[in-house]
Design a protein around this ligand. Sequence first.
Ligand SMILES: Cc1cc2nc3c(=O)[nH]c(=O)nc-3n(C[C@H](O)[C@H](O)[C@H](O)COP(=O)(O)OP(=O)(O)OC[C@H]3O[C@@H](n4cnc5c(N)ncnc54)[C@H](O)[C@@H]3O)c2cc1C
Length: 477
Amino acid sequence: MAVDTAVVWFRRDLRIHDNEALLEAADAEEVLPVYAFDPREYGEREFGGEHSFRYEKTGGIRTRFRRESVADLRERLRERDSDLVVRHETPERVVPAVAAAVDADAVHFGTLPTPEEVSVENAVRTRLRGIDVTPSRHWTHTLYHLNDLPTPYTDISDTYTGFRKSVENRATVRDPLPEPDLPTAPVGEVGAGSVPTPTDLGVDEVEYDDRAALRFEGGETAGTERLDRYLFEEDRLREYKETRNGLLGQGFSSKLSPWLNEGCLSPRYVNAEVDRYERERVSNESTYWLVFELIWRDFFQFQFAKHGGDFFGRGGIRRRDDIDWREDDAQFGRWTAGETGIPFVDAAMRELNETGYQSNRARQNAASFLANDLRIDWRMGAAYFETQLVDHDPASNYGNWAYIAGVGNDSRDRAFNVVKQAEKYDADGEYVTHWIPALSDLPPTKVHAPWTLSEQEQAEYDVQVGIDYPEPMVDLE
Ligand SMILES: Cc1cc2nc3c(=O)[nH]c(=O)nc-3n(C[C@H](O)[C@H](O)[C@H](O)COP(=O)(O)OP(=O)(O)OC[C@H]3O[C@@H](n4cnc5c(N)ncnc54)[C@H](O)[C@@H]3O)c2cc1C
């Protein structure tokens, strides 16, 4: 009798735990896991739509994280006597070719709600049907399962509070699924292939920066270690709500976002570990708040399922046409380089450029400055974040940007007073001086507004505004 064979196409679910696609595939007699580095995800491209600016879709830092994640997945699969086929080619070529080579009956994979991911999935499914292989999709990346929402996703509330209350009151988070026992992988029939280098992918190789909040190393192994460290080893969750607006260091927030977004960690597994922490350590507002933030993540995922490509329009899902968005390459260049002359914004952008990470507070201010103070098309900022962020996710990134730019899921004015924010959240100026050493000698009362220094003060603090550090590019008064 013919052997029953399944292929698992890994996408942004690079893990063995709580992975429905892998678990269901494991019922077959042979299972072949596959990952495709899609060339369209790397290198420069046009933003598209009515906008012609170009940007790099995946920069060096996220590329490194992803390569490490794929390598870790392969190692974990090999430890379980399985393997991972790796290719550098579009999924719609790789997946059907591999499925045909091993005579697979089915291909299992995680489905995603964002437009590009949907179109890749559709291309793969069409080709699989053409060769008589059954595509089997699974919802693997949110806290609440799509099928457990109290209403069809097309009817969910467009406000976070409405959405959160509806799921908290009328849905339950499922337990994480068990790890499967994996049957043999018929890898010999196709060849395992190697993880492409950054050069193969057309991306600059980058080193880790010692000033980073955390060394973000890709993979399920590092992701589960990070979760354990934050919750149990360092016992930080008990004070998360008070510390989460921090700016410096690894411990003020969970730093789980890169692992969640490449799927090295499942949000249901994080939730189960929070439950365990609540049983074994403490249950308080902080422990709840981490889940509250994971629901924000879900909110944007389901919002994209509902509104799709409308999120990428200049006027957003609210189709606002009353804002005069500008394009100004010189000003945009100063913002990306961290040379605006506003220290809080510049520190945030320098941190992003060097490490791929920014705290939520830093992101809000950097984004608000571009969108609300400079009024430069917010999508250019979002595209820049897409290149640089180690934890980029299309729904979280464009959803948050649209929110701050006033074209997303909130009709209130979301403009931040960046100097006031700096004085509140970086009262001692430590964050700003960490990233802008030229301002190191300034006292906390002056560090967030160096343009107010007199000639005499500039001499005293060893900084010449306009020479050592730029003049502000706009008058924030
Ligand atoms: C302009 C802008 C762009 C952003 N782009 C992204 C992005 O591309 N990817 C991304 O994961 N987050 C994004 N965020 C949300 C948030 O800033 C990060 O999730 C958070 O800073 C990651 O650090 P952490 O894991 O320590 O977060 P924690 O404070 O520990 O939160 C725990 C988890 O909750 C989720 N979360 C928290 N806040 C948000 C939020 N506002 N929206 C969605 N999920 C949230 C994340 O998965 C995060 O890992 C963006 C925010 C802004 C303002």
